[in-house]
Design a protein around this ligand. Structure first.
Ligand code: DP6
Length: 324
């Protein structure tokens, strides 16, 4: 049996995925668009072993007990079904995050697992097929198969819901400043949160039109390196996604006090001529897009506000690759 190791980077969505049309096949309600980041990634090794009596899943040196490893086991079952491999597997996964920052993500985790598990099981999948497979583990993992700017096309079934690269090599001096405002695990997972938005927010139908419009605007802006248009779209898209949490029943929010303070700082920086725009996912940590000439002034401002150790600079990152 061969052990295969794959590395995948996490991604930050500029146009968010927030809702499933089919929770079983992980088909989304809308398409979405992200940038893969260089700083945060997962290395995962998979080896199928006929002597095992169950899947052994180890993450960051910790062996997971059964309820905690269930998502990984479910995913391995899909790989076993596709490949005909019947053995259980050793899975060893390490998340590389600059600090214990709460920035580790299911996107890099399931993209790396899709690569390592499929190849260890004897499958040779194309990037398109890998992105469909990664989707079954976590929606955002669909996009982490590719580097740079990536669109996840919603599609209508398992075959057509996959990522396509919009621009794999980003020849544009842009950066993403990640602010670690709360390193703890999220109280409401994205999975629970998006489901509650779909079923209870009266604004959900409007969100679907927002996404269609935002994708139509942001794709040419990226291709023409129009930073202002890209920034305006990514910031308003994030706020409209978070409006779905406030308008759900019961309402909830991922913001904390520091999130709101950091949003204010972005506006202050912009007024002072340092163009930057924020986005955030299912947690309080802001990610601020800027162009590299403005990076020193922007990082200095946030370091003064929150401390240097809470400011992490990332750049566009690569797609999935095999390390062995
Ligand atoms: C806010 O991919 O974590 O980050 O598909 O249930 O695993 P599951 O959810 P997940 O949700 C990501 C939501 C988001 C937006 C995005 O990445 O597009």
């Amino acid at each position: 049996m061969t052990a295969v190791t794959a590395r995948a980077h996490t991604n930050i969505a500029l146009v968010k995925y927030w809702g499933k049309a089919d929770p079983n096949l992980m088909l989304p309600q809308t398409s979405s668009l992200s940038l893969t980041l260089d700083q945060f990634y997962t290395d995962t090794t998979v080896e199928f072993d006929s002597r095992l009596t169950r899947d052994m899943v180890q993450i960051n040196d910790q062996l997971l007990a059964t309820p905690a490893s269930q998502k990984v086991v479910d995913f391995l079952n899909i790989v076993r079904e596709q490949s005909g491999q019947s053995a259980f597997a050793h899975v060893t996964s390490v998340n590389h995050v600059p600090t214990a920052a709460g920035l580790a993500s299911s996107a890099s985790a399931f993209a790396a697992l899709a690569g390592a598990a499929s190849r260890a099981a004897g499958l040779e999948l194309t990037p398109r097929a890998l992105s469909r497979l990664a989707r079954r583990g976590s929606g955002s993992a669909t996009r982490s198969i590719y580097g740079g700017f990536v669109e996840w096309q919603a599609g209508s079934d398992d075959r057509t819901s996959l990522a396509i690269p919009l621009q794999e090599t980003v020849d544009w001096p842009i950066a993403v400043v990640a602010l670690v405002l709360d390193p703890h695990h999220k109280r409401i997972s994205s999975r629970q949160g998006m489901q509650s938005s779909v079923t209870t927010s009266p604004y959900y139908p409007a969100w679907k039109s927002v996404v269609a419009q935002d994708l139509a605007t942001i794709k040419p802006a990226i291709l023409h390196q129009d930073f202002s248009t890209m920034g305006e779209v990514l910031e308003s898209n994030a706020m409209r996604m978070h409006a779905l949490t406030l308008s759900a029943q019961p309402p909830y929010s991922y913001f904390n006090g520091d999130t709101l303070r950091a949003m204010d700082t972005v506006r202050v920086l912009r007024q002072a001529g340092q163009e930057c725009y924020y986005t955030l996912d299912a947690g309080p940590n802001l990610k601020v897009f800027c162009q590299t000439p403005d990076l020193p002034a922007i990082t200095q401002k946030f370091a003064e506000q929150f401390g240097t150790e809470h400011v992490i600079v990332a750049h566009p990152g690569p797609g999935l690759r095999f390390l062995s």
